[in-house]
Design a protein around this ligand. Structure first.
Ligand SMILES: [Mg+2]
Length: 199
């Protein structure tokens, strides 16, 4: 069994963190449940300069290390590893976030899980980070997966080459309006439910 797991808003509560950060920095006043777009400049009505500042602040090591774990994530991933499943964290974070990202996993009892940095969102702030991307697209496309756990509709395009892949879409406010590309997609609200579906 080979499983793709996204990092932000699957393993940890990044969206909730950025809600608080946008309010602290700019008084946006948008609650988490009203984050209707994955594009946070849209959800929080930010200018490009405000968005860039928020992203830079939110990707500082102390910010990344402070992210709350999504309940059950570590328990479920470790149960899969104990069964011999092949679990890979495939994140769209910039490679510059590698060290705190690895440290966060280690601190949350996920030291056995490898992390790969894939340029999922290269058209925006991420493209300006000028960091090498650890996982090239051509290498990613050689990785077979049976299941994927992902919250971002903008990452769905990375699954279209695997017709039998089962995609478990972690329920978040910004993915509720997006139609699923195939019947292999299923919305799931919690890690315990994901655990019951992966077998
Ligand atoms: Mg995510």
């Amino acid at each position: 069994m080979k499983i793709y797991v996204d990092f932000d808003d699957c393993l940890c509560e990044t969206g909730r963190y950025f809600c608080d950060l946008a309010d602290k920095l700019f008084g946006s006043g948008v609650p988490y449940e009203r984050m209707h777009s994955f594009d946070m400049d849209v959800s929080f009505s930010l200018s490009r300069e405000q968005f860039n500042l928020m992203m830079t602040e939110g990707h500082k090591p102390e910010a990344l290390l402070s992210l709350e774990e999504t309940p059950g994530a570590s328990t479920v991933l470790n149960s899969w590893l104990d069964k011999g499943y092949d679990v890979s964290v495939i994140t769209g974070r910039p490679y510059s976030a590698m060290e705190p990202s690895r440290e966060w996993l280690n601190r949350h009892n996920l030291v056995r899980v490898p992390i790969y940095f894939l340029n999922k969102y290269g058209d925006r702030w991420y493209a300006q980070q000028q960091s090498p991307c650890c996982l090239e697209l051509e290498d990613y496309y050689k990785m077979p997966f049976d299941y994927a756990v992902e919250d971002s509709p903008r990452a769905f395009r990375f699954f279209s080459h695997l017709p039998n892949l089962k995609v478990l879409v972690f329920d978040r406010p910004w993915n509720r309006e997006t139609p699923f590309p195939t019947p292999n997609y299923r919305r799931v609200p919690t890690w315990p439910e994901i655990q019951t579906l992966v077998k």
